[in-house]
Design a protein around this ligand. Sequence first.
Ligand code: IZC
Ligand code: ZN
Length: 411
Amino acid sequence: MYDLVIDNIGVLVTAEGNKPLKGKDQGKVRTLENASIAINGEKIVSIGNSGDFKEAKKTIDAEKKLVTAGLVDAHTHLVFGGYREYEVPLKLAGASYLDILNAGGGILSTVKSTREASKESLYNKAYNFLDEMMKHGTTTVEAKSGYGLNLETEIKQLEIAKELNAKHPADLAFTFMGAHAIPPEYKENKEEFLRIICEEMIPKVAELKLADFCDIFCETGIFSPEETERILTTAKEHGFRVKLHADEIKPIGGSQLAGKIKAISAEHLIEAPDEGIESMAKGGTIAVLLPATSFNLGKNFARAKKMIECEVPVAIATDFNPGSCPSFNMQFAMTLGCSKYKMTPEEVIVAVTLNSACAIEKSEILGTLETGKQADIIIWDAPNLNYIFYRFGNNLVDRVIKKGKLVVENK
Ligand code: IZC
Ligand code: ZN
């Protein structure tokens, strides 16, 4: 007797295994027609043909639709105060992302709102985001701090993420990003801020076990590659796996450094040079690409196909944040993966499931539909994989099963 059976699946498409897929394997998926999934508790216990599993406490009829693993959004700035819609006319008037930040807006305006916001209001806001993300198929979310830039508010953001993980059906991954910008109080004394991050924040966040990853904004005018290396080396010494925002605006050496220090992932990579891509391939670093940010900032799109050619595993995420990407819609990012990166539907589905799970070290438990993995499953309102890239702009998620429980019924 199974707890749950998802029967009458038109086509099941999934990556396989626990390792990131790269190069020619980036789009390697298993495709099963007329399939059925048997679940006990939170886990998949068997995958077979439609009608194979008759003994079930509950059966869900997939109505011949497409079924995939739940989407893993491996890059978000989930917990934040306020919004930044005032940036829209500024951008139209020609202000760049860094112009707005250098004038004290951008990230720094969100820092002000996040410092001022109560824990409860930030929690409720992020909880609602997770609900909406799930309705769009996202079942696992990485959440970065970085809108505190002081110990108190960085801890507040990470504690909220921990509480969300405990109370919301979604799974979260936790990233400390105290080096997201230079706070106004250290504008004239960056060295002191670097010291505080290395000697106070990183040790405290590690001691409190509030994050598994440490990220940094390696960018012109923010943190140089040398400063990035110093901070991430300290983070490693305290047990963090490291990530970096690299080559988003200017290629100042972020992707080269990512490979050199064997970062688990480098994110954005819009302007990543050949040497950076080669370094990442050598270091085993996953490229977490964020096409909705390129779209929203009117910037170039990362050279995903070049990365695939060079054997760098590619993941795709949203970058959900109140500035450069106020959309948490993974389906939109997937559309751009196909239309702008020119990745195939199969390459994109691997990028948003297995490879993104690898980027947050969750591929042992989720990211594919296989026996023993967590039952995080999307039934799409689509007859096949191509269709979800074709009907862009619409929410094509029909139902979502998270850890063996039906959590979304959109139709
Ligand atoms: O709030 O603008 N790029 N950090 C680096 C961001 C975008 C988030 C933001
Ligand atoms: Zn980001």
